[in-house]
Ligand binder design. Structure first.
Ligand SMILES: [Zn+2]
Length: 116
């Protein structure tokens, strides 16, 4: 007899954990899209090489699945960062003041991701 059942269990467990945090992350995105009144057409969470997230003006949002391993303050930072780009395409004065209005000391969180 093989112990196939026992050996597959850890993999199943981690797949469920990833699915759960992906679900929690997407719920967090929905929370902010409601709050910031952004119309998102597509929301994806997938591995990305060079960036944490991307957005396009047609309402497509993608987040790096590595973010799932971070705390919620980091999630909020990346989510609000991208959603504000639907209103402000750059990281200028207006974008910065909106970030501060919603997240407070967001630069501290940005340092955890080594971006600004
Ligand atoms: Zn940006």
């Amino acid at each position: 007899m093989t112990s196939l059942c026992c050996s597959t269990r850890p993999a199943e467990f981690s797949a469920v954990t990833i699915l759960d945090s992906k679900k929690a992350f997407k719920q967090r995105v929905r929370h902010w899209t409601d709050k910031l009144d952004v119309d998102v057409q597509w929301l994806g969470v997938r591995p990305m090489r060079n960036k944490w997230a991307s957005c396009s003006t047609n309402g497509h949002l993608n987040f790096n699945s590595e973010l799932l391993g971070f705390d919620q303050d980091v999630w909020d930072y990346v989510i609000v960062h991208e959603l504000l780009h639907f209103y402000v395409p750059n990281h200028g004065k207006l974008w910065k003041s909106l970030m501060r209005a919603h997240l407070g000391d967001y630069e501290k969180t940005a340092r955890k991701l080594k971006i600004n």
